[in-house]
Design a protein around this ligand. Structure first.
Ligand SMILES: *Cc1c(COP(=O)(O)O)cnc(C)c1O
Length: 412
């Protein structure tokens, strides 16, 4: 029996328990304290650019509070990248606003700046108002065409939320992700570049913005001897225990970044030799953290046991750790990965290797069927052809070779 290889398992530095023990010894077992302050200051140093940082309970909470700080409210429209995980767009709906979903360009797989501008113009024409904010994503760690995105945003004077939940440590022309937009979102979920078990952070432009975010994250209390509330707040602050894990993780963040790039390099070299498989590369001037390495399978590629693909329903979340899922009512949906991609996923699964299709674009999700979308076919085509491969700090060179050999051996 071979060891199971997962997409991106958390990996500890060994320092985490020291910080957690300190929290217990000093009785700081609450959502504030020395570890929260210490983790924020580590992050502040890591991102630089004179930014401020607020540690929060999740990346989703960070998106939510960023949109709130941009003034998003009931009836507003928010421009969002369609090709992403639902945590980029769900908070728009939490606020009673409508996501305007924008397709991707083929180079980085992130929001297409030209299509985004078209959409902004069209929304202004149709509604008489401009969208309230823009949410752009670092898909799988790959930086978006941020210069172009920021130029369009500046032209129409719309604030930008950079969802760098997957892109911690990625760079664009040498500048680190999450520092270009008005706000930057980080996630420290168990499967991200570093983890706090669950958690996130919001990168803020000023001290004042930081104070506002902290205020919202701690139930929006006014300065009185009793609890006085003049706005609706949230319970979104990071716990001092989780922040202790984060401080431990920050001691090995560079090793994690180096390791993900090393794994990506091994895949890139191997798949350059394989007809019908394309590795997703970073562009010139960009530095992806390669949170997950991804490949595309040509439609013509023949994979072993394609007749088994979609032969039966899935009984648990792919990558089980993801938690509770509803049992699908049907085996097929109207937009799903090609048969050869699903067959490859099954071949890998039978070899104890976890892989996963790319994110299904939000404009193809039933829950967003009413959201206006501006599409060019790029993200839908990628979704049908793509697969995420194990890329985390626990994936060894030997694992990588086994994954590559399994993939090659599954091609007919
Ligand atoms: C993981 C993720 C988030 C949210 O992070 P959580 O910490 O899991 O709430 C947001 N956006 C994207 C693109 C993500 O992948």
């Amino acid at each position: 029996m071979s060891k199971k290889i997962y997409l991106c398992l958390a990996h500890m530095s060994g320092q985490e328990m020291k910080y957690i023990q300190e929290a217990f010894d000093t009785n700081w077992v609450v959502p504030l304290g020395p570890n929260v302050n210490g983790f924020e200051s580590d992050l502040k140093e890591f991102v630089g650019q004179n930014k401020e940082v607020v540690a929060l309970s999740s990346g989703t909470a960070a998106v939510h509070l960023a949109l709130l700080a941009c003034g998003v409210g009931v009836g507003d429209e928010v421009i969002a990248q369609s090709f992403t995980f639902c945590a980029s767009t769900n908070p728009i709906v939490y606020l009673g606003a409508t996501p305007i979903l924008i397709d991707s360009e083929p180079d980085t797989w992130n929001m297409d700046p030209a299509l985004m501008e078209e959409a902004i113009k069209d929304r202004i024409e149709k509604t008489g108002r401009k969208p309230r904010a823009i949410v752009v994503v670092y898909l799988y760690g790959m930086p978006p065409k941020i210069d172009e995105i920021m130029a369009v945003a500046a032209k129409y004077d719309i604030p930008v939320v950079e969802d760098a939940a997957e892109g911690f440590g990625s760079k664009y022309k040498g500048q680190i992700s999450s520092t270009f937009g008005d706000y930057g979102v980080l996630s420290f979920n168990g499967n991200k570049m570093i983890t706090t078990s669950g958690g996130g952070a919001l990168i803020c432009p000023t001290e004042e913005a930081k104070r506002t975010i902290m205020w919202y994250a701690t139930q929006a209390r006014e300065a009185y001897p009793y609890y006085q509330h003049e706005a609706i707040g949230y319970n979104y602050r990071m716990s001092n225990i989780c922040a202790g894990i984060g401080r431990g993780q920050m001691t090995i963040v560079q090793e994690h970044l180096d390791h993900h790039r090393h794994i990506a390099q091994l895949y890139a070299e191997a798949f350059a030799q394989v007809d019908g498989i394309t590795f997703h590369h970073e562009m010139e001037g960009m530095e992806s953290n390669y949170w997950l390495s991804t490949i595309l399978l040509d439609e013509q590629l023949k994979v072993r046991n394609e007749h088994l693909a979609y032969a039966e329903g899935i009984h648990e979340a792919v990558g089980g750790a993801a938690g509770v899922v509803h049992m699908g009512a049907t085996i097929h949906t109207d937009c799903e990965p090609n048969r050869n991609v699903e067959a490859m996923r099954i071949c890998l699964d039978h070899a104890d290797i976890e892989s996963r299709p790319l994110w299904k674009p939000m404009h193809k999700q039933p829950v967003y069927r009413l959201a206006p979308c501006y599409t060019n076919g790029v993200s839908e085509a990628l979704f049908k052809k793509g697969l995420c491969l194990p890329s985390g700090p626990c994936v060894t060179d030997d694992d990588c070779r086994r994954i590559i050999e399994t993939i090659k051996g599954s091609i007919l």
